[in-house]
Ligand binder design. Structure first.
Ligand code: NAP
Length: 288
């Protein structure tokens, strides 16, 4: 199988590592606007060769894993280049704008709209690693718009990297993901900002930072190049989550000012349910 990876960073590179392990005869071809990232991907053995124009029509599968703003130009261009038998999957963290931009493309049936719910706060090919997708969920949108035999190729890949599938409408995806992913990143960025603004001597932060602070602020290490276009494309949903979050913060503050620590306590007890809710999310590898 010949696979093209467009955007050979954390997400594309991690697919490359798993595909090399799972498909015996795989040839991995990399495309990236960053010559440094492309060189690094080659040196790390993520790709077998740097892609040339003549490679497009030979590819069986293309994974497009560029930031979501670039995705809106790159994806239609990729669909223009590929053969009629090639499957194109994306990994973008938004789905409505991406599905809309290819809605009327003559090769729409070659495209499978995907969002792997897997990642880390690190970027670039050096962050790619085996097993990133193991036991995680792949959200697929508008599956009925993809040619059936190409769906099968995508499903085989998804299964081999150990993911389970959840089908969603692009609008529902963008609404729900705003709560569980986009708001978490904003919350972490603003927690980091609040502490940095307050602490003039940064040494104190490092001395006092416990594992609670470190784990809550982990997502604030994420790439602004990747996250700004996500917030921009999902602005309405993200603003809705922020309104609700700020209202909860204000309510918590009000209760403290009023000395109502019974309510403060109750809110935390009610929120402890998150332990049970998260237990319901399986973390083990799905059966192949
Ligand atoms: P990344 O590590 O920064 O990799 C993206 C790569 O694409 C970089 O090498 C980047 O080069 C390159 N690139 C940028 N514009 C391009 C273009 N027009 N054509 C070709 N290559 C281009 O980012 P990532 O974390 O892998 O994220 C990739 C995609 O996956 C994004 O759509 C993101 O929303 C989605 N996603 C990310 C996560 C996560 O946790 N990171 C999880 C799920 C989905 P430069 O560095 O020079 O820009």
């Amino acid at each position: 199988m010949k696979v093209g990876i467009v955007g050979i960073g954390l997400i594309g590179g991690s697919f490359a590592v798993d595909l090399r392990k799972e498909y015996e005869d795989v040839l991995l071809v990399g495309y990236d606007t960053s010559p440094e990232n492309l060189d690094q991907a080659f040196e790390l053995g993520l790709i077998d060769k740097k892609g040339e124009v003549s490679d497009w029509e030979l590819l069986d599968l293309v994974i497009v894993s560029v930031p979501v703003n670039a995705m809106l130009n790159v994806l239609p261009n990729v669909l223009d280049q590929i053969s009629n038998d090639c499957l194109v999957m994306d990994a973008g963290s938004t789905k409505r704008p991406i599905c809309e931009v290819v809605a009327d493309h003559p090769k729409r049936r070659n495209f499978l709209a995907c969002h792997p719910i897997a990642g880390t706060e690190f970027s670039g090919p050096q962050a790619a690693h085996q097993g990133l997708y193991d036991g995680k969920t792949m959200i697929i949108c508008e599956v009925e718009k993809t040619a059936f035999k190409l769906q099968e190729r995508g499903m085989d890949l998804i299964k081999r990297v150990g993911m389970r599938v959840r089908y969603m409408h692009p609008k529902a995806h963008d609404k729900h993901i705003a709560y569980v992913s986009h708001l978490s990143h904003i919350s972490s960025f603003m927690l980091g900002k609040t502490v940095i603004d307050k602490e003039e001597n940064e040494r104190d932060i490092f001395d006092l930072a416990g594992s609670g602070f470190e784990s809550t602020v982990r997502l604030a290490k994420s790439s602004p190049d990747m996250w700004t276009p996500i917030f921009e494309q999902n602005k309405d949903n993200v603003l809705e989550t922020l309104t609700e979050y700020i209202s909860n913060l204000q309510d918590f503050k009000n209760k403290m000012e009023e000395g109502d620590f019974k309510s403060v306590y109750e809110q935390m007890v009610n929120t402890n349910r998150i332990k049970e809710i998260l237990k319901g999310i399986p973390l083990t590898k799905t059966t192949k």
